[in-house]
Design a protein around this ligand. Structure first.
Ligand code: LLP
Length: 433
């Protein structure tokens, strides 16, 4: 476990944001998503200040696909950063708490006409285009509404990063963006720059997610600035904005690097340093730099609490402990074979002596949360905690098997409150006809 002041072992019991896991489970039940608010605030602050200090003009846009609900938009807005959105629903949620729309980037490889209209009408800062027909459609929408929309174009710098292939996005065969190397990116830049109701301000790339190698980010900066130079030379165009996306790797389990909040600043420092250098060497205009970390802002802030249920011992083969949650609250093992740290939340001072696989309660063999976890002896009723579940857990949850999506609790300074209330069976029927 990557311990810190707000995530620690207190007399053998896990304490998050000053509240013990025992108390949280008693008060709110399990399964339960718990979010350490101070951690999120600290990460926003570290990223914002590092960008200002190491680069200057720019904006951190929290990638809200990692965890989206009203409260997170309030928290990141209070921290003075923007947001990255990928659907009308995310924009709507942000808008519902008066999030400053000009600090929003709107992405997506297949935004609908209705979403584009909603985004323009809401006044989002930038729409990131990913298709010719999208540029046409948006231009018409803006004409009709008598508005000019700032846009970026998603390009693919062709940088391969070491991460799961589902979350890798800048390979040649990616469904996202226009390839720089093939010349397609230059063609769409020419096309969009001629439109009259949309204003092309720059380009965007995102090379993938859960990436630790800073070399990949540096290489992407090199490719993007090289392309800015080509555009300047060939088209006489200079851009004001560069959006380098997110993707910074976090600590889940033993194989990952452990970082403090302050150490996460290194990702920003590398990008800032590379960009400043490349701007000078390549003789291009210094762009306003947008970065979109999602996972690294909320990931380690999250802990999911479960109660251990049936224990199945398949003699000399495998021991399962089943929990009251599963792939409906965390589908990441099933999707990406993601690794997690699992702990017995009230037995932290006991020796790990047995290997357990943590199974969910869905009617599906692939419904596993983690395999081969060394734990103290587990009994039915024990409290288990899965760490680093703040990103892409609640946001990817579902009602599979008509299980209820667990509530989300924010904890800070010893106080716990709902960010998302528990679902009820009636909620399941709400839209059924
Ligand atoms: N910007 C863009 C355009 C993105 O597509 C993404 C993530 C981000 C920023 C934020 O990346 P982050 O800093 O969170 O790594 N469901 C997968 C992750 C999919 C990421 C999609 N795009 C998972 O659970 O690992």
């Amino acid at each position: 476990m990557n311990q810190r002041e707000t995530l620690k072992n207190k007399n053998g019991v896990l304490e998050i944001g000053g509240v013990s896991a025992t108390k949280l489970a008693k008060e709110f039940g399990t399964p339960l998503y718990v979010m350490d608010q101070a951690y999120i605030e600290n990460m926003c602050k570290v990223y914002k200040e590092t960008l200002e200090k190491e680069y200057g003009d720019g904006l951190i846009c929290y990638a809200s696909k990692a965890f989206s609900c009203k409260e997170i938009y309030r928290i990141v807005n209070n921290a003075g950063i923007g947001a990255d959105t990928v659907s009308g629903g995310e924009i709507f949620t942000a808008k519902s708490v008066d999030f400053p729309m000009e600090k929003i980037c709107f992405h997506g490889n297949n935004k609908t006409k209705a979403e584009l209209e909603f985004a323009v009408n809401s006044g989002v800062g930038y729409i990131v285009l990913d298709a010719y027909s999208e540029a046409d459609e948006l231009d018409l929408i803006c004409k009709k509404l008598n508005k000019t929309q700032k846009v970026l174009i998603r390009v693919n710098p062709g940088v391969e990063a070491h991460t799961h292939h589902y979350i890798q996005t800048a390979k040649v065969d990616s469904k996202f963006g226009f390839s720089i190397d093939s010349g397609e990116a230059l063609e769409i830049v020419k096309f969009v720059s001629k439109k009259s109701n949309i204003e092309l301000c720059g380009l965007h790339c995102h090379i993938g997610s859960q990436i630790f190698e800073s070399k990949s980010f540096a290489l992407a900066v090199d490719k993007m600035t090289g392309f800015y130079k080509t555009i300047k030379t060939e088209l006489g165009l200079e851009f004001d904005v560069l959006n380098m996306g997110g993707g910074f790797g976090i600590y889940y389990a033993e194989d990952d690097a452990k970082k403090t909040c302050a150490e996460y600043a290194d990702y920003i420092k590398i990008i800032a340093k590379e960009l400043k250098y490349n701007v000078i060497v390549k003789g291009i205009k210094k762009p306003f730099l947008i970065l979109e970390p999602g996972r690294s802002i909320v990931g380690e802030a999250g802990v999911t609490l479960y109660t251990a249920g049936r224990i199945k011992d398949i003699k000399s083969i495998k021991k399962y402990v089943a929990i009251d949650g599963g792939m409906f609250d965390n589908p990441r093992f099933a999707l990406y074979q993601a690794k997690y740290t699992v702990i017995a939340a009230e037995k932290l001072n006991e020796q790990p002596i047995e290997k357990y696989s943590i199974a969910g309660k869905c009617c599906e063999s692939g419904d596993i949360i983690a395999e081969d976890c060394m734990l103290p002896k587990i009994n039915e009723g024990d409290l288990l905690a899965v760490l680093s579940t703040g990103a892409y857990n609640y946001s990817m949850s579902s009602n599979y098997n008509r299980n209820l999506i667990p509530p989300v609790i924010m904890v800070k300074d010893g106080e716990a409150r709902y960010a998302v209330k528990p679902q009820t069976y009636e909620d399941l029927l709400r839209n059924d006809v």
